[in-house]
Structures are given as structure tokens and as C-alpha cells.
Design a protein. Structure first.
Length: 113
């Protein structure tokens, strides 16, 4: 299983609306494209006083990740949907992609404890 962890440094005063849009609009849209959102929300601590948020997604393989992300980010549903509300609040972001065991992925996805 492939996990993608994306962290966002947000513009001041935007984290609450960013998280709302991410959870209520972007996450359901990602799911429509087969992208599994593990978690999304605001960071519990502020790095250097900045508002930060995260998005964790799971994929069965790197190839599937590439295909699903290309389809999602190239879609009218994204461009005409939550894209501007998300991007306008981001100052910068960082992505880490890692491979994990199916068992660890199951725990993260709530399929096994």
C-alpha cells in the first residue's frame, strides 16, 4: 500500500475554511475518482506560528496513484469545483509518498485494530 502525506502551510486566518472545504467538498470528490482519503484536518501545532493542515491518501500502488491523480487534477469537476477555494488558501505544501504494509494500512483505514 502507498500512503501520500501532504502538509500545507496556509495563509493566515484560512485554516478553518480550508479544512471545511477539504472535508466537505474535496474529499468526496476525491472518492468519486477512487482516491481513498485516510484523514484531513488542521495541524494540532503551529510551526513558526503558521497555520498548517494535512491530507493523507492511500493507493494500492504508485502506478494507480499517478493514474488517479492525473484523472482527478485534470477533471472539470476539480477545476470548476473546490480547486480555487483550496489553492487560494495555500502558501506552500510538501508531499511525502511512502510504502507501508497492508496491515499498517488497514489500521490507518480503520479496517483492523
Amino acid at each position: 500500500m502507498i500512503l501520500e502525506i501532504r502538509t500545507y502551510r496556509l495563509r493566515p486566518g484560512t485554516s478553518e475554511e480550508f479544512v471545511r472545504v477539504m472535508r466537505q467538498e474535496a474529499a468526496p470528490l476525491l472518492a468519486r475518482f477512487g482516491i481513498q482519503v485516510v484523514a484531513a484536518g488542521a495541524s494540532l501545532v503551529r510551526e513558526d506560528g503558521h497555520e498548517e493542515a494535512y491530507l493523507i491518501r492511500a493507493f494500492p500502488s504508485l502506478a494507480v496513484r499517478d493514474e488517479q491523480e492525473e484523472a482527478f487534477y485534470g477533471s472539470d469537476a476539480w477545476r470548476d469545483g473546490p480547486r480555487e477555494a483550496i489553492l487560494s488558501r495555500i502558501e506552500s505544501y510538501h508531499t511525502v509518498v511512502l510504502e507501508t504494509s497492508e496491515a499498517a494500512g488497514d489500521v490507518l483505514l480503520g479496517r483492523r485494530s
